[in-house]
Write a protein of this length. Sequence first.
Length: 224
Amino acid sequence: MARDPVNFQRARRPEHKRQRQAAILAAARTLGLREGVRNVSLADIAAEVGVHKTALLRYFGTREEIYLELAAEAWEEWASTMCVELAGLPTGSVAEVASTFAHTLDARPFLCDLLTHAPLNLERNVSLTAVLTFKVTVLAAVGDIVNGLRETLPDLTERDGWDLVTGVNAIAAGLWQICHPPAAVNTLYQENPKIAHAYPAFVPTLTRLTETLVLGMRARHTEG
């Protein structure tokens, strides 16, 4: 439901500006989860907040800038959770590492959706400053995950860790969209069992593929 526009007056103090930005980000997050990031416009976000879209432009330059900031926040939160969960795993537990990647991403549908759209369009209609901020945040998050991975899987090199996070997220970005098709496509799968294999389960599929990546890295070291 849209908010009361009377309560969203122009911010004149830094703390008020932060409050307005937080309200905009919260509205965009809600809409992204409910409608899918690709389907949300700047006007939709403005309506959810309860203002005209020109008012949003005082705080964010574009719709993409809003979602790029949310993507950075989502990466930080996911990395924090991954580090905690990895720290609790027994050393050398490849299957459990793979499961951790899969179930933590499955619990974050908004992040999975953003993994697709960040490189495709969110980085393309924003300032270079916004892109730089996003990249720096994500690189720090990946670095934290890599450190956690190497504690649990010490036979992986630092390069392996970066490759693994990159590979898992590239797979997850596409797999999430495949596993969560539009309603009409979902109905098509249900009515045509022979093509239902194109609609795999996200967690077991991502778990298998992640484990395969790790085992492949280990095999490469053995062969080398």
